[in-house]
Design a protein around this ligand. Structure first.
Ligand SMILES: NC(=O)c1ccc[n+]([C@@H]2O[C@H](COP(=O)([O-])OP(=O)(O)OC[C@H]3O[C@@H](n4cnc5c(N)ncnc54)[C@H](O)[C@@H]3O)[C@@H](O)[C@H]2O)c1
Length: 355
């Protein structure tokens, strides 16, 4: 039997403990160490996982014969921590967003390539069985030609002091869009929003993306909404699909609904569309915790040396789109073009079900 992959996790705040639990429970991994600047967080980990080494200094990891590190700290720290870990010869899984600057993301990609190390980003939804199912539905042609995608990710809080709501919530939706639509050379991005509670941090944003194929996408993110909504609507020429992540069981519904325009006549009185109100199909989804899939995929990519699904290039593309959206936000919605890195070497759809 091959030895388990020895892992350290930096950051044990809100999200880090989920990574810690998953790697601790995975037979293919050995959770060796956890670093956090906060003593209370470390005490909590010590109590819960007595055999795990805890430290306030992540550099202690470099003496523990680790294979890989997970960076689950605030986004402003991702670049420096990931860079140090790659330089120390460790494979790295960085939480989303990969960095706050696409030039930093490029640096990390180059460093990982130079050292032949895996660099992966925690785009959890790319490992979500419902999102994968939606990708299969789109690829099968069941929805017809895609017209537009509408994504909503809103709730009350959690406010971040330095980072606006786009950088916090929209990485999920952008990574889902890129995953669903596949390789894109560029995308036109604009955004408008408001800073309602704190004067300099936008807590509501409306992003508008136009893909080269003509598909339009709209992403609404907010920390200031009365109800939690996580919904993606895909409208095509034949059918429409809705993915509702808040639904416990029926996460995807495919609606056989559509509209046929009447043949053109110049007599206004004869204008009548034909509307189709067909069946609603709810595909069965065998749901596994997406984070478990993500963690297993990271370990697997270290073992095989294969490029992870959500690798540095994918993470960089999400950062690039967010950068352009940020510029647009401060220019009252002026559109920018984000040039995207080549991700065509990603795992093909045929591999998606096997991940
Ligand atoms: N994939 C997801 O669904 C998902 C969900 C939530 C958060 N996240 C991401 O996880 C990351 C962490 O978010 P969070 O909400 O847990 O933040 P948090 O503020 O709750 O926790 C961050 C922790 O990192 C520690 N930390 C900061 N700098 C450190 C350093 N240099 N060394 C060691 N520890 C350090 C802090 O003490 C804190 O305990 C972010 O990138 C966030 O975007 C991802």
């Amino acid at each position: 039997m091959t030895n388990p992959i020895r892992i350290g996790v930096i950051g044990s705040g809100y999200w880090g403990p989920n990574m810690i639990r998953n790697f601790y429970e995975m037979p293919a991994a050995d959770l060796v160490a956890v670093a956090d600047l906060n003593d209370d967080r470390l005490q909590h980990i010590q109590k819960r996982y007595p055999g795990v080494h805890t430290t306030k200094n992540h550099r202690d990891f470099f003496t523990l014969n680790l294979d890989a590190v997970v960076v689950a700290t605030p986004p402003a720290t991702h670049y420096t921590l990931a860079k140090e870990c790659l330089e120390a010869g460790l494979h790295v899984l960085v939480e989303k967003p990969l960095t706050l600057d696409s030039a930093h993301a490029d640096d990390l990609i180059a460093l990982a390539a130079e050292r032949d190390l895996r660099l992966m980003v925690g785009h959890t939804f790319e490992y979500n069985a419902a999102v994968r199912q939606l990708k299969r539905i789109i690829a099968s042609g069941e929805l017809g030609d895609l017209y537009y995608i509408d994504a909503v990710r809103v709730n009350l809080g959690l406010f971040q002091p330095h980072l606006n709501v786009m950088w916090d919530l929209a990485p999920h939706d952008i990574s889902i869009l890129l995953y669903l639509l596949g390789q894109q050379e560029q995308v036109q991005v604009s955004a408008q929003g408001m800073a309602c509670i704190f004067p300099t941090v936008h807590d509501v944003a409306y992003m508008h993306l136009v893909f080269p194929s003509g598909v339009l996408a709209h992403v609404r993110v907010s920390w200031l909404d009365p109800s939690k909504t996580r919904r993606i609507t895909v409208v095509g020429s034949k059918k429409m699909a809705v993915y509702d992540d808040v639904e416990p069981l029926e996460k995807i519904k495919v609606y056989d609904k559509g509209v046929e325009a009447p043949p053109y006549t110049d007599t206004y009185g004869e204008f009548q569309c034909s509307y189709r109100y067909g069946d609603v199909k709810i595909p069965r989804i065998d749901f596994v915790e997406p984070l478990r899939e993500e963690c297993e995929h990271f370990v697997q990519s270290i073992r095989t040396g294969e490029r992870p699904q959500s690798d540095g290039h994918v993470g960089r593309n999400v950062v690039r789109i967010l950068e352009m959206a940020e510029q647009s936000l401060h220019q009252n919605g002026h559109a920018h073009t984000a040039t995207l890195a080549d991700t065509s070497q990603q795992l093909a759809l045929s591999h998606v079900s096997e991940l």
